[in-house]
Design a protein around this ligand. Sequence first.
Ligand code: HQG
Length: 251
Amino acid sequence: MNEIKGQRLHVMLGPSQVRRRLKGLGYGVRKVESAGRGEAVIIHTATGQHLRELQAIFHDVLERDKPERSVSAPEQLIATSKFLSLVLRHRPEVLGIELDTEGWVAVEEMLAACAKHGRAISREQLEDVVRTNDKQRFAFSADGSRIRAKQGHSLPVDLGLVPVEPPELLYHGTVPRFLESIRRDGLTKGNRHHVHLSPDIQTATKVGQRRGRPVVLVIESGRMFRDGHKFFRSENGVWLTDAVPPAYLRD
Ligand code: HQG
């Protein structure tokens, strides 16, 4: 038999539902195979950000969440939060919706689109996610009719951030494999709108840990500010700036 090459993602969801969730998305998916009743294997070549997005789309149905071990409430909240991050920061097209110029979408419209794409979320569940989210990533509009992510977008949205003076030092959590390039080019924003900096070492350590053994860089943000660099602080306390040149990284 001709074995298809690629990584395998086993999900507790039938192949047709898997294909529906994947509609319009590439992610290097080579094949979706049935793996028994209500289960499928996605054979793909996704890596890096694409792999994370693919996992986010199926986070609630990955193999470890076998039905006999019912998904706990906190896991469900995290799964929904990851999915909302994907939709509200990076790829609203996953649900066939659009964000306005400030990143908002009508709650009703988003929930209807979730249901249509086999990801039904109730208004109560959504409110739980927004309220309990560890980093307070999302916000409802004042009248509760719209929702957006507070930061972290790769889409061009205007969050109306106002420049503010930063503390003397800020921190950036990363991993050893990026250090050479960071020391050479400074911190660059990549896909995001800004470089993300943390107010304390503990938070930066957690950010770095997402990728491996964390390394925390110390940024001379006060000096950057006095030299004319602009800083912003997102509603949930993440410090943002355009780029950090290598001269402001403390040894
Ligand atoms: C690295 C999470 C090579 C940088 C977190 C990082 C944060 C370079 C990666 C938020 C580089 C970018 C953002 C250079 C930067 N050469 N590597 N010149 N400059 N890097 O995910 O800061 O859960 O875009 O060190 O908590 O890790 O999404 O940024 O490792 O607040 O709410 O390139 O994401 O919050 O990765 O994380 P990211 P980040 P959320």
